[in-house]
Design a protein around this ligand. Structure first.
Ligand code: SF4
Length: 390
């Protein structure tokens, strides 16, 4: 599993003619302190830079008026605040907005904003494409792609905030449920969490951050030791046989291993425990029987998890169909009878293909990623481990 780290030698990078300028979003607080020192500036410059970047949302270093002019001129030559090119914004009837962003290498990613009365939840992407090949997932049809950098993670948050009217600008919750598996992009994910949580930056508490994973057990524990944020598991099946078929990652980390790991994750923060969410997409005739519901209840009870039931989001080319409203209700009733906290929320944004499992850059007006990673014509499938409102 690869990862892309932010640079450790910023000046060396900026001295080369062919090297892109320093992206100030690629730096955690500590790394930016080192950057300032390497530019012969006092450490406290980082406080000023963080304020301009994360609180004022400024992108022009020359406008950072409390920095010395000579330093601003140097930054102007050697650095920038990374931005993403907004290719399109689609707005759903329910207010959900899907942003299509172009990265510096022409790759495209999608980011989804779910506005609610008291919060703005942003669902960010972690990778261009995904290598985990879950059978029902539309993103999987892109195939393996590259990891997003720290700067690209953060730029999704800042860019979206800038596109909002000033009064609604605050992103209150971030969920890592967009394109790709966040725990494959582990190093950059950890740095992103550190920047999002930094009280001198965006200052989001761990309760406002949710990482959703298909179940990479070693990384789940490593994350828990560093940042025990909310965890959501893309479960979608209740036996190894079923899950091996739907989600090949299960062959490496079967259900027993996964649930032992989740118990350990809970044990890491016994006094400030945040309940784990099991994401379960209901696919007609595949995983929506009464027996499935009973097995799911048993798994949820074993770690005191709550369950999010997600009606499968059909899309053009999908090979599965959504469970009927009656099956969904019956499935949920079994969970409730067994005293499992189970929600089944209305799927938001599905008229713009922004609902769970539908992020894969498609539609006639959307030019797919770079030629090397363009979506393969075949098997668009769907849902994913994402539940965007936690
Ligand atoms: S469900 Fe998640 S982990 Fe599985 S292929 Fe889709 S994006 Fe990757």
């Amino acid at each position: 599993m690869s990862s892309t780290s932010s640079p450790t030698s910023p000046l060396a990078r900026s001295n080369s003619e062919n090297t892109p300028p320093i992206d100030l979003l690629n730096y955690t607080w500590n790394e930016m302190e080192d950057l300032c020192i390497s530019m012969e500036q006092p450490k406290y410059r980082v406080r000023q830079l963080f304020r301009w970047i994360y609180q004022e949302l400024e992108t022009d270093v020359m406008q950072m008026t409390d920095l010395p002019k000579a330093f601003r001129l140097r930054l102007q030559n050697e650095a920038s605040v990374g931005t993403l090119r907004t290719e399109s914004v689609a707005e759903s009837a329910d207010g959900t907005r899907k942003f299509l962003f172009r990265l510096h290498d022409d790759m495209l990613i999608e980011t989804v904003l779910i506005p609610e009365e008291k919060r703005n939840t942003l669902c960010v992407s972690s990778q261009v494409g995904c290598a985990l090949a879950c059978k029902f997932c539309y993103t999987a049809s892109l195939g393996p792609g590259r990891n997003l950098t720290l700067g690209e993670y953060i730029a999704q948050v800042l860019e979206t905030a800038r596109l909002l009217p000033e009064a609604e600008r605050k992103i209150t919750n971030v969920v890592f449920m967009g394109m790709g598996e966040p725990l494959i992009n582990f190093d950059n994910l950890m740095k992103t969490l550190s920047v999002l949580m930094d009280h001198r930056g965006l200052h989001l508490g761990r309760r406002r951050l949710t990482v959703s994973t298909a179940g990479l057990c070693p990384q789940i524990l490593k994350m828990g030791q560093q940042f025990p944020v909310r965890l959501a598991i893309s479960l979608h099946a209740t036996t190894d046989e079923q899950r091996d078929d739907l989600m090949p990652i299960n062959q490496r980390y079967p259900l027993k291993t996964l649930f032992e790991t989740l118990q350990k994750y809970c044990d890491l923060t016994p006094t400030h425990r945040l309940p784990i969410t099991l994401e379960y997409t209901l696919i007609a005739g595949i995983n929506d029987s009464k027996l499935d519901a009973q097995r799911l209840a048993k798994l949820a009870r074993s770690i005191q998890a709550k369950v999010n039931l997600i009606p499968y989001n059909e899309h053009p080319g999908a090979t599965y169909t959504r469970s009927s409203p009656k099956s969904i209700e019956q499935f949920r009733d079994v969970l409730l009878e067994k005293h499992i906290r189970a929600t089944c929320r209305i799927t938001r944004g599905d008229d713009i293909y922004a609902a769970c499992g539908q992020l894969a850059i498609h539609g006639p007006s959307e030019n797919p990623t770079s030629p090397s990673t363009a979506p393969k014509p075949a098997p668009p499938r769907t849902p994913h481990h994402r539940r965007r409102r936690n």
